[in-house]
Design a protein around this ligand. Structure first.
Ligand SMILES: [Zn+2]
Length: 416
């Protein structure tokens, strides 16, 4: 199948206007948006998206998690659809582009295909995933997680917000609970366009991030137990100082992360020192280690090295230790074929590009478990996101949407 011609481009002005139109719904207090999931504003945003989809001749599907699926038919009724998706919900003090660019970038590519009268063999489906942000109802990426079989539907319905309202009830209240069972759709592939939410692309002056991986993480909680004793009268050789043990583990975590550059990171964030008194040698410390890597083997090796190091440190200091894993998310390796399609699209369109690892979670990370998936990223100013001041340029949005467009139509196969 021939790749689409390099002159094939989306309408950048129309995409930008649609983003600005959507941003009028649920305005924030500082120029951004507050369109949290399952609020009246979310419902209004969904209605506008549906109206636009229907104007573009798409048929809207709705599942029991409120995920929206706008379908453009292909010429082959049996061909698996190519999906494009992201989210229209925002943080309480969110930006205009996080998620929205991915959904409206998908709509724009459909509008462009319509303008040009281009048919594809595979159907194309634009998806708005419910509750990506997870601020009102934790966890994040809730509905794509149910779709991918990570979470149970009833468990998702039972999530409550700060006021005790249930997810399932609120979904029903705003009128976007569909009948379609969640997760039964089969996909040829899924592509997500998203702003980077980090500083790398802008710093390096690069148009397109080709996302190869998503960071995996482990949270370890460590308890070191020594002996509380007087800071003045305890001879140095007799001390069993849990605070000193924690300091040595802090160094260890940093060193281990530095050994796996450029992608691995590690730090101790939360610390508790007992009894936390000026003239008592700490008898006990409790602290959490956060380590991340896009490579599962590296993450596991870091974990093993840190545990071994803690054991050595504790033994040498005559203190006891416990290590408990309290959080975990496997690294994501996006589909090689989809990643290649995105990289080649960027190349063909003449955009500068680099491979990049997503430090944040996205719906694509869950969908990658059930379908070949990849992501396109475009820069954002100062790497700022989850902030009303989140900003991108029209050119960056257009570049991202053009790469998305080419990756999708190449996968969906233009019918000559
Ligand atoms: Zn997002």
């Amino acid at each position: 199948m021939a790749a689409p011609g390099e002159n094939l481009r989306i309408n950048a002005d129309r995409l930008w206007d649609s983003i600005m139109e959507m941003a009028k719904i649920g305005p924030g207090v500082a120029g951004g948006n507050n369109r949290q999931t399952l609020t009246d504003e979310d419902s209004e945003g969904r209605a506008l998206f549906k109206e636009w989809c229907e104007e573009a001749g798409l048929e809207m599907g709705l599942d029991q998690m409120g995920n929206m699926f706008a379908r453009r038919e292909g010429t082959d009724p049996d061909a698996l659809p190519v999906y494009v998706g992201s989210h229209l919900d925002t943080q309480p003090t969110g930006g205009k582009y996080d998620g929205v660019l991915g959904v409206l970038g998908g709509l724009e590519l459909i509008r462009t295909l319509n303008d040009l009268g281009i048919k594809t063999r595979h159907p194309i489906v634009i998806t708005n995933w419910t509750n990506e942000e997870g601020t009102r109802f934790a966890p994040a990426m809730l509905a794509s997680g149910v779709f991918a079989g990570v979470h149970d539907l009833e468990w998702a319905y039972d999530r409550t917000d700060a006021k005790g309202k249930r997810f399932g009830d609120e979904l029903e209240r705003i009128g976007w609970k569909g009948n379609e069972p969640v997760g039964q759709r089969k996909m040829k592939a899924m592509f997500e366009l998203h702003i980077e939410q980090g500083p790398i692309l802008e710093d390096e002056g690069i148009d397109i991030g080709v996302v190869t991986h998503g960071q995996g993480l482990k949270w370890l909680q460590v308890t070191l137990t020594g002996k509380e004793s007087h800071t003045g009268s305890t001879p140095m050789p007799k001390r069993r100082n849990a605070g000193l043990g924690m300091a040595r583990v802090t160094e260890l975590v940093h060193e281990v992360a530095m050994d796996y550059q450029p992608h691995a990171v590690g730090a101790i964030g939360h610390v508790e020192v007992y009894p936390n008194s000026r003239n008592i040698i700490p008898g006990r410390t409790v602290f959490t280690i956060d380590i991340r890597s896009p490579d599962k083997k590296v993450l596991d090796t870091m974990d093993a090295r840190i545990r071994e190091g803690i054991s050595t440190i504790a033994e040498a200091m005559d203190i006891s230790y416990e290590v408990e894993q309290v959080g975990h998310f496997d690294p994501v390796t996006f589909d090689e074929g989809c990643v290649k399609t995105i990289r080649e699209a960027a190349e063909r369109l003449g955009y500068s590009h680099r491979d990049i690892v997503s430090g944040a979670g996205h719906d694509a990370c869950w969908i990658n478990r059930v379908a070949p998936t990849a992501m396109v990223m475009c820069p954002c100013v100062d790497g700022l996101s989850h902030n009303e001041a989140e900003e991108i340029s029209k050119e960056w949005a257009a570049a991202g949407a053009n790469v998305l467009f080419h990756a999708v139509v190449e996968t969906a196969e233009i019918v000559e």
